[in-house]
Design a protein around this ligand. Structure first.
Ligand code: UD1
Length: 416
């Protein structure tokens, strides 16, 4: 299994390009299931999760063409509306095929994703929404089996804000008979990117980006070309990496408009941040101030940036309180950060981080995608060598991580 070796202490500087967003690309690639015409996507990141999804779509009968960051999907031959356990278990986002398959084929058999390291993560809201739209849904032998001649528009209300739940139901509603209203909808920018893609394919959607989305179903959707938005979490991760090293970087191909909550905290920590149209620059002081935060649905502070901020707080001046409100078990990185010498106390969903003068390199284990990113951030500032094991988690969500870090002057190496 690959490992990442980081020699801490290098101040990051220079310029690096941000990739397309994993969490936008995954639902948007699934949207191709909704039409019999080819759809082309650009700025698709080359990540393990994207490879997994394309393989999943391929075994359903979708023709996949991939050249660099461009992917063309042709679902005219879609003949197997099934997502088997072997593929779904490695990537929860596979559940995003459920809505489009039911809408287009009138049937879907999708394996339940099961739990994952950061919490139970059920899909009851996805199922409840499809049932409200007239689908008959049975859960048997670990599979969600949904059937319906044609989905009917309905008024949907989710018990909590769910990102992939909103996306699944929006895609299903695009081909339903009549109007669907999703209340308590997720407002994440990735939901808006998906809505823009669906509209380019002929869907009638309004309100994406607010908590009420209206979808007037159409008979069929058509082909389109869509560029995937920049990855705001990758952007935020590189900003943290630069900040913790007292560095100065410029990130291109991205925008600060999706990152207000994160940039606000970086400025509180003492960084200077300059936003351009398609780039963000950050320069950091030698030592950051501790910053407290609470995760919540967009536009509040994203749970996917919590671990990286815990890492920068480990060596900041002062005490930070970090509250995680989205996932029940998302502090696994804390024990690994402690192995590097961090002073962190966990009390329920709150972590109290007392900044220390220095971290020391050690061998640590990546446990999930963003936890791994926090270990990279900490490793960049720890004295000596940090070895991160199980970096397949990082490969799920960060394109060419070690190349990009090295371009900014980090001493980082992959051991295969
Ligand atoms: C998405 C993101 C993930 C991010 C998360 C929260 C993708 C591919 N993944 O995950 O990176 O961390 O949003 O911003 O976009 N819940 C239920 N029942 C459901 C659905 C959700 O109880 O049917 C709960 C979850 O367990 C969690 C909360 O709702 O506690 C929010 O989860 P959700 O927004 O659905 O996360 P994902 O869409 O899976």
């Amino acid at each position: 299994m690959d490992k990442l070796l980081i020699e801490g202490g290098a101040r990051l500087s220079g310029e690096v390009a941000i990739s397309g967003a994993k969490n936008a690309a995954l639902p948007i690639l699934c949207a191709a299931l909704l039409t019999a015409e080819p759809v082309t996507f650009t700025n698709v990141p080359q990540l393990k999760d994207i490879g997994t999804l394309l393989a999943l779509l391929g075994q359903m009968g979708v023709k996949v063409e991939r050249a660099g960051d461009t992917v063309t999907l042709d679902a005219s031959g879609l003949n197997n509306p099934v997502a088997p356990y072997e593929m779904v278990k490695t990537m929860r986002a596979s559940i995003l095929v459920l809505g489009p398959l039911v809408a287009r084929c009138g049937e879907a058999r999708v394996s339940l994703p099961g739990g994952c390291a950061i919490g139970a993560r059920p899909v009851d809201q996805h199922i409840k929404g499809l049932q409200a739209m007239g689908a008959e849904v049975r859960v048997e032998h670990g599979y969600v089996h949904a059937t319906v001649p044609r989905l009917k528009g309905a008024r949907l209300f989710t018990d909590m804000v769910t990102v992939t739940g909103t996306e699944n139901l929006m895609m299903a509603a695009a081909l339903a008979d009549g109007e669907t209203v999703i209340e308590n909808a997720a407002r994440e920018p990735e939901v808006v990117d998906l809505a823009n893609c669906l509209v380019a394919m002929g869907a009638q959607i309004s309100g994406a980006g607010s908590d009420v989305i209206r979808i007037r179903g159409v008979e069929r959707l058509h082909g389109a070309t869509h560029r995937i938005m920049p990855d705001r979490i990758e952007t935020g991760t590189y900003l943290c990496a630069a900040a913790v090293t007292g560095g100065s970087v410029r990130l291109t191909g991205t925008s600060s408009c999706y990152l207000d909550a994160v940039i606000d905290k970086l400025m509180d920590a003492g960084c200077e941040v300059v936003s351009e149209r398609d780039a963000i620059s950050l320069s950091a002081p030698a030592r950051l101030n501790a910053v407290s935060l609470r995760t919540a649905p967009y536009p509040a502070f994203p749970t996917d940036m919590q671990a990286q901020f815990m890492a920068i707080n480990c060596v900041a001046n002062g005490v930070a309180m970090i509250r995680e409100t989205i996932f029940e078990n998302r502090f696994m990185h804390a024990v690994e950060l402690q192995r590097l010498g961090a002073d962190i106390r966990i009390d329920g969903n709150t972590a109290v981080v007392q900044g220390v003068a220095r971290l020391e390199g050690a061998t640590v284990m990546a446990t999930d995608l963003r936890a791994s990113a926090s270990l990279v951030v900490a490793g960049l500032v720890a004295e000596g060598e940090t070895t991160i094991e199980r970096i397949y988690h990082l490969d799920r969500g960060y394109e060419r991580l070690e190349d990009k870090l090295a371009a900014l002057g980090a001493k980082v190496r992959r051991l295969t």
